[in-house]
Ligand binder design. Structure first.
Ligand code: ATP
Ligand code: MG
Length: 444
């Protein structure tokens, strides 16, 4: 990356760090090659260009290409309006109310095409609420305006299809070379406009191994409470990106470091002061990261179940102490904890149902015989609940005995399993030697 730095000329004329004249990094001076850009994205760029519009690859795609990584999606920015874009592509749908965007479909791949937008604040185009949050900013502008609606300098680079150069208004190329996340403009204003940017900072820092610039860090430590006003459904989407990017462990640590976890998962944040709980949650994050890296399926229900497990257990015990049977006590505790959680980060019902199953199965693992054990083994959420049990054992929360017994049971044939549980054997089931282990990559 040093070659990139050495060729960047300093530009002193700037407003809040956004240069009036951009630095143009010519094709020969950067490593972004068309051979690394997906064909559909190139088609969109070329067609817009041929029709006389400006067309640039923008955002995470340019950042990842500069880092020699393959982008997970390709976004295009243009001076064509969404309606003009839609006239050029048959496979195009216009979406969004707050942001009107064109989605160009190529089979399962979607290329998002956004029209350059006007600067924030100027001519009161944007509407803010009393805490400074942007409510609407759908006014078109030029490329130098568009820079302002980007969050970090590393995400605000434009790859111009007209001459394959990179347009840099904000020093983003230098920041990528230095592996640094820096907000464009005034930190506090930008976080107030959209507090989710604090979570994005953590996500990119964890995923890319970037450091967060000192001014951004200070602002994050101060402005965390703003997250409480973000709609819980939006936070769910963002938390999912944080935890399913293969870097859940680092992301959780950073959320704790910046004291943001309590605005997302208040009950979990409290429980994590206990070292055994912290170890269990750490192992759950680690296991999810491994699965993501190996391309195995993951469900958010598993991590949310892990985060809320200690509070649920504590509340269950309180209910039992008040005289409730265990199963009822657990369901009541789950209902209460989930209801509280939904005020912060919402969790769709299809996942809370699985969380309840995972929790309820934990007590049922103690039954190692008869119909009850068989029922556990064939429960649709057995696999997730069993993984959960083993993590608890590894964290030192429960004895490893149950986990071992159920592990070995799975190594038998279905006929043998039936015999073992029907026979009411309490000891470790006999292993069948020739059969390979049940696929650990199975669906959770
Ligand atoms: P990823 O690799 O996770 O897709 P990305 O940078 O492409 O990372 P996206 O969420 O796909 O992130 O957004 C695309 C671009 O849109 C970003 O690079 C950034 O320029 C801009 N952007 C997205 N969300 C925000 C936001 N909340 N505030 C400011 N700019 C944003
Ligand atoms: Mg992206």
């Amino acid at each position: 990356m040093n070659w990139l730095k050495s060729r960047r000329k300093k530009n002193n004329d700037s407003v809040d760090g956004v240069s009036i004249d951009p630095v143009i990094i010519q094709r020969a001076e950067h490593n972004v090659s068309r051979s690394n850009i997906d064909e559909p994205a190139l088609k969109v760029l070329y067609r817009l260009h041929k029709a006389g519009y400006q067309a640039c690859l923008v955002g995470g795609a340019v950042r990842d290409l500069l880092l020699n990584q393959h982008p997970k999606d390709f976004d295009v920015a243009t001076d064509a309006t969404p309606e003009q874009v839609s006239k050029l592509f048959r496979n195009c749908r216009l979406i969004g109310r707050r942001f009107r965007l064109a989605h160009v479909h190529f089979g399962r791949q979607i290329i998002e095409v956004a029209t350059f937008r006007a600067p924030h604040g100027e001519a009161h185009h944007e509407h803010h609420d009393e805490s400074g949050r942007i409510l609407r900013d759908n006014v078109y502008g030029e490329i130098h305006d568009d820079v302002w609606r980007r969050d970090f300098t590393a995400n605000a680079l434009y790859y111009n299809i007209a001459d394959f150069s990179i347009i840099d208004y904000v020093g983003g190329v230098d920041d990528i070379a230095d592996r640094r996340l820096r907000l464009i403009g005034d930190q506090e204003t930008r976080y107030r406009e959209d507090p989710v940017r604090m979570l994005r900072a953590i996500r990119f820092a964890s995923k890319l191994g970037f450091s967060i610039d000192q001014a951004c860090r200070a602002a994050m430590l101060e402005l965390g409470p703003l997250l409480v006003d973000v709609p819980p459904a939006r936070l769910f989407e963002e938390v999912l990106k944080l935890f399913h990017s293969g870097h859940a462990g680092e992301s959780l640590e950073a959320l704790q470091e910046y004291d943001l976890l309590k605005y997302l998962f208040p009950d979990a944040a409290e429980a994590l002061h206990d070292p055994t709980v912290a170890e269990f949650v750490r192992l759950a994050m680690q296991s999810t990261d491994q699965r993501v890296r190996l391309d195995k399926p993951v469900t958010p229900a598993f991590l949310f179940a892990a985060l809320l497990w200690a509070p649920v257990k504590q509340q269950t015990q309180a209910n039992v102490d008040a005289g409730m049977p265990h199963a009822v006590a657990l369901q009541k505790a789950a209902t209460r904890l989930i209801a509280h959680q939904l005020h912060y980060v919402s969790i769709p019902k299809r996942f809370t149902t699985i969380m309840r199953d995972i929790w309820a199965l934990q007590a049922r693992f103690r039954h190692r015989s008869g119909k009850r054990a068989y029922g556990v083994l064939h429960h649709p959420k057995f696999r997730a609940a069993y993984d959960f049990l083993c993590l608890r054992a590894n964290a030192g929360e429960v004895e490893t005995d149950d986990c071992r017994w159920w592990t070995e049971l799975q190594e038998n044939t279905p006929e043998q399993q039936q015999k073992i549980v029907a026979g009411g054997k309490q000891g470790a089931p006999r292993k069948r030697r020739s059969r390979p282990k049940r696929d650990k990559g199975g669906r959770r």
